[in-house]
Design a protein around this ligand. Structure first.
Ligand code: TXA
Ligand code: MG
Length: 327
């Protein structure tokens, strides 16, 4: 059975989470991006439980969350560019993939045996919990593998209704899509997953050029499979004229769009604000999916700023599902 605790009314929330982490249990907790399913990153059994609960393939490594730069440097090697990026964006929605220190206590299951480690310093209660706990916490998004990431405690409860799980409820996540992931290699910076921190911002803060991960890129995030974030409904993108009877995810004031045939409409941001759209994206997909929509049409989303990350997630949600290797 899940236990949902409101962090704004329950002063013992953080202490309860730390105690559960100490016992090697998983705890769901809010971050500024999405809710995470957290466990002690140095405890192999605890990390194995994350993979079991999510049904996640073990070759797909997890992000280790830290509460300080000192904690990050105990596990990863930070060169000048990594330092600049951490200084500019931590705590915040940026994950740095750096060389793993040979003496790091982060379990090999977290890194899937790679010689790199993904590190992120989150904002809010999860940050405080990690600081109290004193060790990194591994935390993938708190959804079953291949499904839409949760941005509310109710989403998490829906994913793990049959599990024994403590869920900290911190309200809806501010950013709403997962962190930007950048690989900091000696010779290059590679954007592995777009997010709220854009490629332009990474280049400006690091002083280095940022290459996009693609089919030809030197590295990839093992979890970036084509089909991901998949709802049950079929998704059709860049729709300007919504067909009759379809569900519609709208964006903007409707100028130049046909919406009146839609069976139901949810607007990501009537004002056309991309940050607001990102924060609403997963909740809107989930709501239309839960209402039984067979076809969800999505209006065009500008590619600027966080729009690139929104479009990335939409393309994955719309991709054909011919493999079950999701996360
Ligand atoms: O915003 C976020 O990043 C959220 C919150 C909870 O922090 N977490 C999250 O975790 O999105 P997850 O597990 O859903 O996505 C982690 C991604 C996966 O695509 C994984 O393949 C990639 O990070 N990753 C982890 N370690 C890596 C490594 N050493 N090299 C390349 N990619 C890595
Ligand atoms: Mg995920």
């Amino acid at each position: 059975m899940v236990t949902v605790v409101d962090i704004n009314t329950e002063p013992e929330s953080a202490a309860r989470a730390v105690a559960a982490l100490e016992r090697g249990e998983c705890v769901a907790m809010p971050t500024e991006t999405v809710y995470g399913l957290a466990a002690d990153a140095t405890n192999g059994r605890a990390v194995a439980r994350i993979f079991e609960m999510k049904g996640r393939p073990r070759f797909n490594p997890l992000i280790a969350h830290v509460a300080s730069l000192d904690m990050a440097e105990a596990h990863g090697t930070f060169d000048e560019r990594a330092m600049r990026l951490a200084a500019a964006f931590w705590p915040g929605p940026l994950t740095l993939v750096v060389a793993k220190r040979p003496d790091s206590a982060i379990h090999d299951l977290v890194t899937a045996g790679l010689d790199t480690v993904a590190l992120r310093m989150p904002v809010g209660i999860t940050h405080d919990i990690i600081a109290d706990f004193g060790r990194p916490v591994a935390a993938p998004s708190a959804n079953r593998s291949g499904r839409v990431s949760p941005t509310t405690a109710a989403h998490v409860a829906g994913e793990f209704a049959d599990s024994d799980l403590l869920i900290l409820d911190g309200g809806p996540c501010r950013v709403g899509i997962e962190s930007t992931i950048v690989r900091v290699a000696p010779d290059r910076l590679t954007l592995l997953r777009p997010g709220a921190v854009t490629a332009e911002e990474l280049a400006a803060a690091s002083g280095a050029r940022v290459e996009m991960a693609g089919p030809g890129a030197a590295v990839a995030a093992p979890g970036m499979l084509a089909s991901h974030y998949a709802p049950r409904a079929r998704l059709r993108l860049d729709v300007e004229d919504c067909p009759d009877g379809a569900a519609l995810i709208a964006f903007g004031d409707g100028h130049g769009r046909r919406r009146n045939g839609a069976a139901s409409v949810l607007n990501l941001s009537p004002a056309g604000d991309l940050r607001e759209a990102a924060a609403n994206l997963y909740a809107h997909i989930k709501a239309l999916d839960a209402a039984g929509a067979r076809l969800i049409c999505v209006e065009p989303i500008p590619q600027a700023g966080i729009g690139a990350a929104i479009n990335d997630r939409l393309r994955r949600a719309a991709a054909p599902r011919d493999c079950d290797e999701r996360a």
